[in-house]
Write a new protein. Structure first.
Length: 201
């Protein structure tokens, strides 16, 4: 789709939990496409487990990917953004950060940390024409739901006023808005898209 629009795209595989891997990834992107102006931190892992089944391994892996990964990638591009006086960053959080449930404690903590990272980095970089925001999706049709039982999904859908699961395209549209100049006076915000499941002022 990117190429059909007349732009250039490449795929670079990296483990965002590894700072060395991230630095290699950004170096390759810079060499092939030029500096990064728009960044979406969307890497994530999810384990739908109770507190009794939350191991140190699950906790560490979740924090390393969901929170530290966003830090690694942001830090790999922010100095060049500052030098150019331009940058847009969107972090993909979750409603779990705002309305946590008993299951998936590590996931909720990682996403709450990502909301905090969003606000702090937004405050630090606003003077350099760099905007940083987050989106907090509710239940979305992605592979991350593969390990969740259908009965659990049905309960969540029933608790959602719009009575359905969201689509990746709906979240992508919100991300694109935050990357665009249409949101030019918006930074440090976490915007919820949950079909009404989480309603906050």
């Amino acid at each position: 789709l990117v190429q059909e629009a007349g732009a250039k795209a490449i795929a670079v595989r990296a483990d965002v939990a590894s700072v060395t891997d991230v630095e290699r990834m950004i170096a390759e992107i810079n060499a092939k496409l030029g500096p990064v102006d728009l960044l979406v931190n969307n890497a994530g892992v999810f384990d739908f487990v109770s507190h009794n089944d939350t191991t140190t391994q699950i906790w560490q892996r979740t924090i390393d990917v969901n929170l530290t990964g966003a830090y690694h990638v942001t830090w790999a591009v922010k100095d060049a953004m500052i030098a150019r006086g331009y940058g847009r960053i969107v972090n993909v959080a979750s409603i779990a950060a705002l309305d946590p449930r008993p299951m998936s404690i590590a996931y909720a903590a990682s996403k709450a940390g990502l909301v905090g990272l969003t606000k702090s980095v937004a405050a630090a970089l606003a003077g350099h024409n760099i905007r940083v925001n987050a989106v907090a999706p509710g239940l979305i049709e992605t592979e991350i739901l593969d390990g969740v039982e259908q009965a659990t999904l049905d309960k969540i859908i029933d608790a959602t006023p719009m009575k359905r699961i969201g689509t990746p395209d709906e979240i992508a549209a919100l991300v694109c808005f935050l990357l665009s100049d249409e949101s030019s006076y918006t930074t440090g915000q976490t915007i919820v898209s949950s079909g009404g499941r989480v309603m906050r002022p």
